[in-house]
Design a protein around this ligand. Structure first.
Ligand code: HPA
Length: 269
């Protein structure tokens, strides 16, 4: 597996001549950030050796190299989800490739359902911890070159980046929430009892991504920062029908705020 990761990273480094230190994963309906990147290379996933190909509507599937907030970044426009049928190893493959390209800090975004009654649709929630309710992507033989067998998870989301992000958000007038993200496989949205359960066990929001990527990033020593856009509410007594279209629409509306926050945060680094 390591050979495949290195081969893909080598291909990308040779094709672009670039080794960005900052990686970004864009969630459903949150691709707007790409418009802020001064693009140098836009590489369809289909052209990248060993890359899985994304299948979900709203995920275009390009790896983008360019400048954002004065920094060289590599952004994944489209990610891979366990519910699509990929093995966990495939879901997290691109993150491992990013590390071998040179990425030291990973910014992740997603759309999520909010259980915290203080949340509103369109809110940004800085993820300060998570509950992993998907299969752990590190199950299986461990390659020491990637990271330790039993990785520490005491600080999955960098406190330094969280503090910086709060300051940046305040300075540009963007309201942010903070909270715990529960990561589930999906593809079903939650039943009212499930939302209630996740809230009671300590999650503020729930979604179907992010945590597998963060776990492998932390395994490799990559710093992480993640934001959920609250696209629907799983608040007791307020659970309505949810559709993928509604999630995408709400994400699109909030996408501008997320773009500003990440751009300005990257500028501060
Ligand atoms: N549940 C799970 N995943 C989601 C949700 C949700 O309510 N909204 C957006 N992604």
């Amino acid at each position: 597996m390591l050979e495949t990761i290195k081969q893909t990273a080598e291909y990308l480094k040779q094709r672009t001549g670039l080794s960005p230190k900052y990686g970004i994963i864009l969630g459903s309906g949150l691709g707007g950030l790409v418009d802020e990147i001064e693009i140098q290379h836009k590489i369809p996933y289909t052209e990248i050796p060993n890359f899985p190909v994304s299948t979900v509507e709203g995920h275009s599937g390009n790896l983008i190299f360019g400048n954002l907030g004065g920094k060289l970044v590599v952004a994944m426009q489209g990610r891979f989800h366990f519910y699509e049928g990929y093995a966990m190893e495939q879901v997290v493959f691109p993150v491992r490739v990013l590390k071998y390209i040179g990425v030291e800090t990973l910014f992740v975004s997603n759309a999520a359902g909010g259980m915290n009654p203080a949340f509103e649709i369109g809110d940004l929630m800085l993820i300060n911890d998570h509950l992993n309710l998907q299969p752990n992507p590190l199950i299986g033989p461990n390659n020491k070159e990637l990271g330790p067998r039993f990785p520490d998870m005491s600080e999955p989301y960098s406190h330094v980046l969280l503090e910086k992000a709060e300051k940046v958000a305040a300075s540009i007038g963007i309201k942010v929430q903070k909270g715990v993200y529960a990561s589930v496989t999906g593809p079903t949205f939650e039943t009212p009892a499930e939302y209630r359960w996740f809230w009671r066990i300590g999650a503020d929001a729930v979604g179907m991504s992010t945590v597998p990527e963060v776990i492998v990033a932390r395994h490799m020593g990559v710093e992480c920062f993640a934001v959920s856009v609250i696209t629907d509410l799983g608040v007791e007594g307020q659970v309505h029908k949810v559709s993928h279209e509604e999630v995408l629409q709400a994400a699109n509306i909030a996408s501008g705020k997320l773009t500003k926050l990440i751009t300005e945060l990257v500028r501060e680094l």
